[in-house]
Design a protein around this ligand. Structure first.
Ligand code: NI
Length: 198
């Protein structure tokens, strides 16, 4: 089932989400719905708060990054991403290291805005997968970047929170318009501000 994606300005996106345990009801169904919702919106990551659930779970499928156009060289930063499809439950970023690098990020909750965000290139993360197996893994490049972005969501942080005060001021009007549903989007969304009737 495709779920509506919560738009910028919704309080749930600013809230620290709660851990879940193995008794969480219909988790398989929730995960399946999250993948369906993410694919429909052409996303590479989706966190539960974005579908209006304040729980610490996010999914990623970075295979689009690994696609190589004819005549193009494969991107070394995308190495190994063809099969990078995962579910992260109760994740903890244990460590981040390296010199921060800029990457143009977007977010399904903030359509039609992309901005350069600085983050460290290497992370170590622990989490449970959809079968409640525990993992501790290291990632770098695009994989790390997607995880950092989604991990922020379960902590109530958006990529716009990482921007400079000036950049934020310049985006203010556009962000308010998104909250009102005043944006061109091809997938189902839920907007926090209802437009007044005329
Ligand atoms: Ni996002």
């Amino acid at each position: 089932m495709i779920l509506p994606i919560v738009a910028y300005g919704s309080p749930i996106l600013k809230k620290e989400a709660e851990e879940i345990d193995e008794n969480y009801k219909d988790l398989d169904k929730l995960i399946a719905n999250m993948f369906e919702t993410m694919y429909e919106a052409n996303g590479v990551g989706l966190a539960a708060p974005q579908i209006d659930k304040s729980i610490r779970i996010f999914i990623v499928d970075a295979s689009p990054f690994a696609e190589v156009e004819e005549g193009e060289e494969p991107d070394p930063m995308a190495a190994g991403l063809e099969n990078f499809k995962k579910v992260f439950i109760n994740p903890i970023i244990e460590d981040e290291e390296g010199e921060e690098w800029a990457f143009n990020e977007g977010c399904l909750s903030i359509p039609n805005i992309r901005e350069e965000v600085m983050r460290k290139p290497k992370i170590k993360i622990s989490y449970y997968d959809e079968n409640w197996e525990f993992h501790e893994e290291e990632y770098e490049g695009y994989a790390a970047r997607i995880i950092q972005h989604e991990y922020d969501h379960v902590d109530g942080i958006l990529f716009t929170d990482h921007l400079s005060p000036l950049k934020k001021r310049l985006l203010k009007k556009k962000l308010t318009n998104i909250s009102k549903g005043d944006t061109d989007v091809k997938y189902r969304m839920k907007f926090p501000i209802k437009k007044g009737r005329r």
